[in-house]
Design a protein around this ligand. Structure first.
Ligand SMILES: *Cc1c(COP(=O)(O)O)cnc(C)c1O
Length: 395
């Protein structure tokens, strides 16, 4: 059954993913189960998506209730869940307005379009955006052009013009990259795909000051860092350095496809009827589930819990480093954590999977741990035990 399904999959699915040879069937909390009944502790969580874990009753209920009521209508009309979700997001962030879409890449597309529209509506033809080296902003033509990794762009040239790059954490290089045509700076407050790279203390504030000095918009891509992942609802709250535009997706719907682009009123007002759109964006069935996700995260204190559990997890990873020569560095913040290895990570990921733990690897040698925010210390100890064994056999 499993072997046949994999054979069929490899025949009919686009070959865009190198998939692991398991077929996942069920999920509950921090565990998933495959077709053969084997259970795994899930430290991937759909890539920082299922913050409440799998099959959370509050999300299921919101989805079922809304399904009975109304699945979808056009954005030509108002609906209650969409307005409530936008109200929640603006109440809990710097932003005044929200544009809903269906993925992270789409949210970033909206951010790029808004930044350009903002300046064109002021009669200025500034359109260039400075993004960061090793950034990741998505796979559409626009967002891959904003992504500072050659491997993401390779084969799709020519990329969209209008993007410049500066190394992350280097304020002087950023200043150098500014030209009279620059309109915005776009960055992830913690680089996820780029290898769990955190900003140095004070860096984001300096970026903000530079943007203010040069009249540039500051765009945060919080698609991976948002919704409690780093121990704050949004990662920018750690140093309270607000952007003008922010994008969300991943954990916003706990597994349902949704993206959002948030902005201050003065910037958001550049979007007027007809300037941007999405058929499914903010559709009632998805926004109802996203609202339930956010309300549950708040009601259960999961943002603070992510911070505390993250501190514990980090300590355990530091211990692992002290025990294993092959661990070079512990990285990340909150429950967005990783260890940099002196060897390739792929074999470690495979060995952990065999032992019943799902983890993943970015940039070839950095293991990333992004479990549901409800992960327990016992679960973390179990993973550390597994890694201790697996790394013990690595040379
Ligand atoms: C995942 C991710 C994206 C892309 O989101 P999709 O929903 O896959 O389009 C963009 N930016 C960051 C920081 C991400 O982690």
């Amino acid at each position: 059954m499993t072997a046949n399904l994999i054979k069929q999959a490899d025949k009919v699915l686009a070959g865009t993913y190198g998939r692991f040879p398991i077929v996942l069937k069920k999920g509950q909390g921090c565990r998933v189960e495959d077709n053969d009944g084997k259970s795994y502790l899930d430290f991937v969580a759909g890539i920082a998506v299922c913050n409440l874990g799998h099959a959370h009753p509050a999300v299921i209920k919101a989805l079922m209730d809304q399904a009975q009521e109304l699945f979808h209508v056009s954005n030509l009309y108002y609906t209650v869940p969409q307005v409530e979700l936008a109200t929640f997001l603006t109440t809990h962030s710097f932003a005044d307005r929200v544009f809903f879409c269906n993925s992270g890449a789409e949210a970033n597309e909206a951010a790029i379009k808004l930044a350009r529209k903002y300046f064109s509506s002021r009669g200025e033809d500034r359109f260039r955006i400075i993004a960061m080296e090793k950034s990741f902003h998505g796979r559409t033509m626009g967002t891959l052009s904003a992504t500072g990794q050659k491997k993401i762009q390779a084969g799709y040239e020519p990329v969209l013009p209008g993007f410049d790059f500066a190394p992350f954490n280097d304020i002087e290089a950023l200043r150098q990259a500014i030209t009279p045509l620059t309109c915005a700076v776009m960055l992830e407050p913690v680089q996820g795909e780029g290898g769990l790279r955190c900003p140095r203390p004070g860096y984001l504030r300096k970026v903000r000051e530079l943007c203010d000095e040069k009249d540039l918009l500051l765009i945060y891509d919080e698609i991976q860092t948002g919704i409690g992942r780093t121990g704050k609802l949004f990662a920018y709250e750690h140093e309270n350095v607000e952007p003008d535009i922010m994008t969300l997706a991943k954990a916003l719907g706990n597994g349902l496809p949704i993206g959002a682009m948030l902005a201050r009123e003065s910037v958001a007002s550049a979007f007027t009827p007809g300037s941007h759109a999405s058929t499914f964006g903010g559709t009632p069935i998805i926004t109802a589930a996203a609202l339930a996700t956010l309300k549950t995260i708040m009601a259960e204190g999961l943002v603070q819990r992510a911070w505390e559990t993250g501190q514990y997890f980090r300590k355990r990873l530091e211990w692992l480093k002290s025990e294993h020569e092959v661990v070079e560095e512990v990285r990340g913040i909150g429950l967005l954590l990783g260890i940099k290895l002196k060897c390739a990570g792929a074999e470690v990921v495979k060995a952990c999977m065999q032992k019943g733990f799902l983890i993943n690897c970015v940039q070839d040698h950095i293991l990333r741990f992004i479990p549901p925010l409800i992960i327990t210390r016992e679960d973390i100890d179990a993973l550390i035990g597994c890694l201790d064994e697996v790394l013990g056999t690595e040379k």
